[in-house]
Design a protein around this ligand. Structure first.
Ligand code: SF4
Length: 341
């Protein structure tokens, strides 16, 4: 299980004054000798960029796939989940900040080779591995090496990400990925710029690319924060964009915020806000919309978009019943979008 020297990073070039330009995400950090990029885990060591996160997860868990959240990808299955330290966004409301904001030396990271990650998935009999908890974009080299081995051995791979990634690098990082849940954190540049230190257009571009230029199964999550991104107008615009740019079959998850990290002055998201957002999405024509981080069985159930039969009933992250026949509704035989086997 031992990983040795730092892995040379894949996406960078030399810049002026001894600095290195990291080209993995649209932040394009210029990193001086001995320094790290914004995400902490990409470092200029002796004139080469290294990934200090490669081979160093902060811990593993077997989660329900519904927790990622993915509702149309192997429902009811477990997924081996891990992340590393660091993150390429600076979300003030981060719900996982003890990992994402940590430097590696603060996290007691493990040393785990790619095949050992795959072996863990086999040991715990999970059909998939999720790169999650922090943003897996920043440990893209590790993702590629694990997901390639996993695919060879019949195990699927899932990215849980903000989608803030360079156009060229993403072609490499996603080549063996089977599903992704991408955070669409809001639908204003003001929110992205002020509260995440990133940009909306880059994320929208990744969403379109995933949907139309890859075979990756795609779902989207928006964490609704009272007073920041939960207006009826903004939710309506977000749903319109999804319909026009991605189509009716990309599932949308609206999840509840809790006060955390640098945003402790906002209340929890009321259940009524989630209900209203879900109703808006369905009224706009989105076929599958879910609420999360609350107990709401009806808002977490998959319904047939044609006859409205309850197909996969859930409570929180648990599947209560699954009536799908393959990928079709047993009542009206409508095909349900997703990966069900
Ligand atoms: S991946 Fe990290 S080091 Fe590279 S540009 Fe993004 S934040 Fe900077």
């Amino acid at each position: 299980m031992i990983q040795t020297a730092y892995k040379t990073a894949r996406w960078w070039r030399e810049d002026t004054k001894g600095k290195l330009l990291c080209t993995l995400c649209p932040r394009y950090c210029r990193i001086g000798p001995g320094q790290s990029g914004f995400c902490f885990i990409r470092q200029n060591v002796d004139g080469r960029l290294v990934s200090t996160g490669y081979g160093h997860p902060t811990g593993f868990a077997v989660d329900p796939i519904e927790k990622k959240p993915l509702s149309h990808f192997l429902p009811g299955s477990g997924v081996l989940s891990f992340g590393t330290a660091g993150c390429n966004l600076g979300c003030r409301f981060c719900q996982n900040w003890s990992i994402s904001k940590a430097r590696l030396d603060e996290r007691n990271a493990l040393s785990v080779a790619p095949q050992d990650v795959v072996n863990l998935a086999k040991k715990y009999r999970t059909p998939s591995i999720a790169y999650t908890y922090n943003d897996p974009t920043i440990f893209g080299e590790y993702v590629i090496d694990i997901s390639r081995l996993a695919r060879e051995q019949g195990i699927r791979s899932v990215m849980v990400t903000s989608g803030y990634i360079d156009k060229e690098a993403r072609k490499d990082v996603y080549q063996y990925i089977d599903a992704a849940n991408v955070d669409l954190k809001a639908f204003t540049e003001r929110f992205y710029h002020k509260l995440t230190f990133s940009h909306l257009d880059d994320v929208l571009d990744t969403l379109r690319w995933l949907k139309f230029e890859t075979a990756v199964w795609l779902e989207i999550t928006t964490l609704l924060i009272p007073g920041e991104n939960d207006s009826q107008e903004e939710i309506g615009q977000l749903c319109d964009w999804v319909m026009e740019n991605l189509g009716e079959d990309v599932p949308l998850h609206f999840t509840a915020f809790h006060p955390d990290f640098k945003m402790t002055d906002k209340p929890r998201t009321p259940a009524a806000t989630l209900d209203r957002a879900r109703a808006t999405a369905l009224q706009k024509g989105i076929h599958y919309c879910y609420v999360g981080n609350v107990s709401d069985s009806s808002g977490q159930t998959t319904y047939c978009p044609s006859c409205h039969m309850a197909l996969i009933e859930r409570d929180w992250h648990q599947v209560i019943s699954n009536r799908l026949e393959g990928n079709t509704c047993p009542s009206c035989h409508t095909e349900i979008a997703g990966v069900f086997s």
